[in-house]
Design a protein around this ligand. Sequence first.
Ligand SMILES: [Zn+2]
Length: 581
Amino acid sequence: MAFPPAFLDELAARNPIEEVVGQYVNLKRSGSNLFGLCPFHGEKTASFSVAPDKGIYYCFGCHKGGSVINFEMEIEGLSYPDAVRALAQRAGMEVPEDEQYQSRYRQQERLWALSKEAARFFVSQLYAPAGAEGLAYAQKRGLTKGTLTRFGIGFAPNSWNSLCDAMLAKGYTEEELKDAGLVSVSQKNGRIYDRFRNRLMFPIIDVRGNVIGFGGRVMDDSTPKYLNSPETIIFNKRKNLFALNISKKSKLGYLILVEGYMDAIALHQYGFDCAVASLGTSLTEEHAVLLSRYTEQVVLIYDGDDAGQNATKRAIPMLEKAGLQVKVLQMRDAKDPDEYLRKFGADKFRLLLEESSNRMEYQLRAIQKKYDLTVDEERIRFVSEAADFISSLPGAVQREIYGTRAAEAAGISGDAMKLEVSKAFKRRMAREKRKQEHIDLAPAAARQPKSRTIHYENVKSAMAEENVIALCLRDPGLMEQTRDLKPESFSSPLLGRVYGQLQRQYESGKDPSLAGLTDFTGEEMAHIAGILQRSTEPVSEQALKDSIRVIRQASQFKNAGSDEDLLSLQKKLRESKGIKA
Ligand SMILES: [Zn+2]
């Protein structure tokens, strides 16, 4: 996706980053930066920074960062071209015609329209003779007419081509049906056929109201029980949750997260209009952040089996990291919320909700369940594991409350438990200290980028490369001194690319800027913004020269072909430092 650099420059100039961010974050000035609470991770002290002069934002806590375009992408969940489009609209600018972009956006619009059309078709089938079995099944599952309508539930007939034929007749192409994930392709003859057959159909709708995919449920015990749309250019399972489009308007003040569509739908039908479900994947960090945009509290209700309990354990830290308060509801006498509501009704469920424990109670109870407390040996092991957990709690009051509870469960005195907790606390501190020492002793590893996908081969050279980039961005005049330094000399391909683009900007007569960089991923942009925000040492020609020398040496070593070259290089290097060989 390429927009002209001049357009991007103007876009950045007409959308001052502090104004755009300021719509979401309360910013306070501190020196040349503005600080506020990070909108991307939960925090109580402001580690989210905006540098108006550099046109970037960067969070020292979660390391998200980038230009105003990256911010718009991240906060609104938009693709790069859509974020550019939104900012252009904000500033009243015309987006330059770009064939590639226009065609991709048109394609998305076509697929949204096609998916909506398909949803309508499935609904019509539910009430047609072909859908009699589906409607009977829905009624047997206790779904009311109102629920069927609210969720747009439909039926895919038991046929290989009824959806295909209906959509082709409406002017959609086979290619579009494939792109929307509505059909499969026969391996034998390459012909397309309906992907969803003889299933109750649940449209998946994003928070902006677009139909982006479907889940289809069988009506007997055959497998797979649920069939979902594949990932497409409009459907990303990691970033969407079922029924969030409805639940985001709930007045209940919290969101309930469940495992399946049927659970979410049952909860809505019984008046809990705040239930959402993940789409056949485990919870992702993106989901947690998405949830945190609409609520501060999440009640987790996963199935009582081992898989459900493990999923709960994984979900808790992810949700907390997104700044959410987490409660866990444990189902009793029913395997899931759907079954529970049908057996016991809404009032009983409300009681269960009120009793739902915070994650600390939940975790303590999970530890307790592992041991038979009538056996002395197991009681001792329980006390030790519980003490370890309690010592990890941040507040003294929490440690006191859960310490007492664990003591009662184990049948020991509160004082004895306190002693165990304080021992566990010391062990934990010792562990942390060892870990910290390990980091201090291994500076290279500690200075690796925090990102999972960016890795430095040569940390020493990469630090110098970061320095060159930061210095040139902070004082564009310094670019003149780097004319002989080639991007190929950089040990980090990513930093080499950044530097190459900065050089090109400078050569075309512009001040190098982050806003003018193109074709970097969000993660890469965040990393680059981090380099700039962390760079605080005084700008000087000498600092630049020192860094360039480090880069040159590293690259000469790398390019040295034979051992002989290497030896002579080493000799030169020693001589330059005044060391005798
Ligand atoms: Zn953050």
